[in-house]
Ligand binder design. Structure first.
Ligand code: GLN
Length: 296
């Protein structure tokens, strides 16, 4: 049974519904989910807490905070930026202005990397892995969470991104197995490595202006811009990776839509051998492209 609302203010449930309707009217196609997250964040409640508190009146402070969040979302700021965190591979990750918001599609890279490692032996063997352009540390920390005896290197040209990645590693209890290095892709690393992963910038420069506001105005430009044909980062990181991979080492990269064939061709031209067809994401887009070092 719900308590009557104080001073005619809304209940938690009514506030959630009102926000959902407001976002939907503005053309947001994830209005329901966004409203749940924003009400939860404004009130400091998780989903269970929100259900328990559904009938209580929200306070003036909560109402003001929620309205601030609503304005930001209506102006195109993604929910993850407003919350300052996003879950990836079940791990809560802090975001900063210098990091991309981790996307569910990128979990395909983690899945493919784990498949290749599993095919090579027990998952608890000693492994040296690297994530080039680590951002929040998402891919690296997901892998370290699955590989108990792996050590990981996360690189980024942004010191601010590395600071965020370090914080995430610490909070997740993975800091003692993660080393973060400021450099361009793999340029600061030494091998041999068992696995190299990367979700590099891959949007064609000319396409950036046409991206959704959430991406164009809120993800760091340096994490998006892949140069004139979107493939600049792959050229650099594939060339650097070849000599760093150990005998059975593999490289797994995220591809933008329509790029997997070009990336495979770059890998082959660099002397790597494709490790099976690209792995598709949940939307059916070939997303994780992988290759192995050819035996010498
Ligand atoms: N996946 C991001 C997007 O399409 C792009 C990230 C990237 O360039 N690696 O919004």
């Amino acid at each position: 049974m719900s308590e009557p609302a104080d001073n005619g203010s809304q209940t938690v449930e009514a506030a959630r519904r009102a926000l959902s309707a407001r976002l939907q009217a503005a053309g947001n196609d994830s209005a329901e989910l966004d409203a749940r997250f924003l009400v939860g964040a404004a009130l400091g409640l998780d989903l269970t807490g929100m259900i328990t508190a559904a009938g209580r009146a929200i306070t003036r402070d909560e109402s003001n905070r929620l309205d601030g969040f609503a304005q930001r979302r209506l102006a195109g700021e993604p929910v993850a930026r407003i919350l300052g965190m996003r879950e990836f591979w079940g791990l809560p990750l802090t975001l900063s202005a210098a990091t991309l918001v981790p996307r569910p599609d990128t979990e395909t890279v983690v899945e493919r990397a784990l498949e290749l490692l599993r095919a090579g032996g027990p998952i608890d063997r000693t492994l040296q892995i690297a994530d080039l352009g680590t951002g929040t540390g998402a891919i690296l920390l997901a892998l370290l969470s699955e590989l108990p005896n792996a050590h990981g290197f996360g690189t980024d040209i942004s010191e601010a991104a590395l600071q965020t990645a370090r914080e995430n590693a610490s909070r997740l209890g993975l800091a003692d197995r993660a080393t973060f290095i400021a450099c361009d892709y793999a340029s600061g690393l030494t091998g041999p490595l068992d696995l190299i992963v990367s979700n590099p910038p891959y949007i064609r420069s000319a396409d950036i202006a046409g991206l959704a506001i959430e991406v164009r105005d809120h993800d760091p430009h340096a994490a998006l811009d892949g140069g004139p044909d979107g493939l600049d980062a792959y050229r650099a990181l594939i060339a650097q990776s070849v000599s760093l991979l150990g005998p059975n080492g593999s490289l797994v990269v995220e591809a933008g839509q329509g790029q997997s064939g070009d990336i495979e061709a770059l890998m082959t031209a660099a002397g790597l051998s494709p490790a099976g067809p690209p792995k598709a994401d949940l939307g059916g887009i070939p997303r994780a492209v992988s290759a192995c070092r050819l035996p010498r």
